[in-house]
Design a protein around this ligand. Structure first.
Ligand code: S3P
Length: 427
């Protein structure tokens, strides 16, 4: 993918798309396949570099897999992995590092998880604290990667997570598979439940009660065949692009519609975008279907907890289209956005300002007035895939051309994003 990409304004967004597999589900299916008994075959596996990092980490602990295009077959090793000889490279992927920590905490060897510069700045105490409480020995650079984990002999805990994080929930539940007794994770806000659904798909019993998910240790997992639904967080860029133009008509088929992930559809509906869902199916507990959107008016909205948490990956693109809305968009309770692949509050504010928008940056959010006209500009993607894709969308309704610097960051979750966007951008 080119490092610099130029986006020209569009007339509307029309056409049909089918998107690569969901990143959150692909990570979890791959990891659980590694500790399952027997083989697993995954179709429509995420094409993103993050999920490739997970597969590479699995190879480092002796899990064998093959990939042909987007079909991945994984040979499970059962609950015992092989101690790695070198540090395991998680690349840019926080999901890989945090969730893999949970499984490594249950292995009776020592391992080291490392990541790139961005990942090495991200908070890891959120997984270190519960995994240490379960009995794993973990040392880190402060609370940052690299993490050195010596696992084995875990005991179950009931963990109340101070941050709403599905990665932390999955990490602790994955460790719980290796613990004696019943491990529970209680969240302040219910986050995406792909970990719980994936555990069940691989044959584990998981109990759900309110905001607590729990499982008993010692359960064995069995390999499966699955198709990963299209990634709704990738679809968000196209849905928001369509929302910018009253004449848009876009269809996305095979899309993941898990209710813990699909708040964006309700939100866009409330903003005036017409959305129709058809062909609903369920695969291993995950809903998928076809989404049709028609642009209409674009009203403003206030996004606050618990929706900020539920929309956490969609906030950059919602902020990027906010100036074009009637009454503007306010985002509250989003402090977590500052510790993603980049400081997404600062990155959004800087790029909106570069395009001529007025923005109020707050510690935990943004206030972006509506009815603004933006102009093309030079965009800094801050090495962050979602910032790159969000501003490619904002550029579609700006006046003049926008130059995206570091656009190749999009490959972290969606290598062919710009080609897909061109295929539906009508001019
Ligand atoms: C993810 C959870 C979210 C999200 C990330 C993927 C997951 O992170 O931002 O892109 O797959 O569980 P947090 O768990 O840090 O909120």
């Amino acid at each position: 993918m080119a490092e610099q990409i130029v986006i020209r304004p569009a007339r509307n967004i029309s056409g049909s798309l089918r998107l690569p597999g969901d990143k959150s589900i692909s990570h979890r299916y791959a990891m659980l396949a590694g500790i399952a008994e027997g083989g697993t075959r995954l179709e429509n596996f995420s094409t993103g570099a993050d999920c490739a990092s997970t597969l590479n980490c699995l190879r480092a602990v002796g899990v064998e897999w093959e990939r042909a295009e987007n079909v991945v077959t994984i040979q499970g090793r059962g609950s015992r992995w092989q101690g790695p000889t070198l540090p395991i490279d998680c690349g840019n992927s926080g999901s890989t590092m945090r969730m893999l920590s949970g499984i490594l905490a249950g292995q009776d060897f020592s391992s080291e998880l490392a990541g790139d510069a961005s990942l090495s700045r991200r908070p890891m105490a959120r997984v270190i604290t519960p995994l240490q409480a379960m009995g794993a020995r973990i040392s880190a650079d402060g609370s940052h990667a690299p993490l050195r984990i010596t696992g084995g002999d875990l005991k179950a805990i009931h963990y109340k997570t101070p941050v709403a994080s599905a990665q932390v929930k999955s990490a602790v539940l994955f460790a719980g598979l290796f613990a004696k007794g019943e491990t529970g994770v209680e969240e302040p806000v219910r986050t995406r439940d792909h970990g719980e659904l994936a555990l069940r798909a691989f044959g584990a019993e998981v109990r759900l009660q309110g905001n607590t998910a729990s499982l008993v240790g010692g359960q064995r997992l069995h390999g499966l065949e699955a198709t990963v639904p299209g990634d709704l967080s990738s679809a968000a860029f196209f849905l928001c692009a369509a929302a910018l133009f009253p004449g848009s008509q876009l269809t996305i088929s095979g899309l993941g519609l898990n209710p813990t992930r699909s708040s964006l559809l309700d939100l866009l509906g409330g903003m005036g975008v017409r959305i129709t869902i058809t062909q609903l199916e369920e695969h291993h507990g995950e809903l998928m279907g076809t989404v049709q959107v028609q642009g209409g008016e674009l009203r403003g909205v206030v996004i606050e907890s618990p929706y900020t948490e539920k929309l956490i990956d969609e906030i950059p693109v919602l902020a990027a289209i906010a100036p074009y809305s009637e009454t503007g968009v306010e985002i509250r309770d989003g402090r977590e956005l500052r510790v993603k692949e980049s400081d997404r509050i600062a990155a959004v504010a800087a790029n909106l300002r570069a395009m001529g928008a007025e923005v109020e940056e707050r510690e935990d959010g943004l206030r972006i007035p509506g009815k603004q006209s933006l102009h093309g500009a030079e965009i800094d993607c801050f090495g962050d895939h979602r910032i790159a894709m969000a501003f490619a969308v904002a550029a579609l309704r700006a006046e003049g051309e926008t130059v995206m610097k570091g656009a190749d960051a999009a490959a972290i979750s969606f290598p062919f994003f710009f080609e897909a966007l061109e295929s539906v951008a009508q001019r």
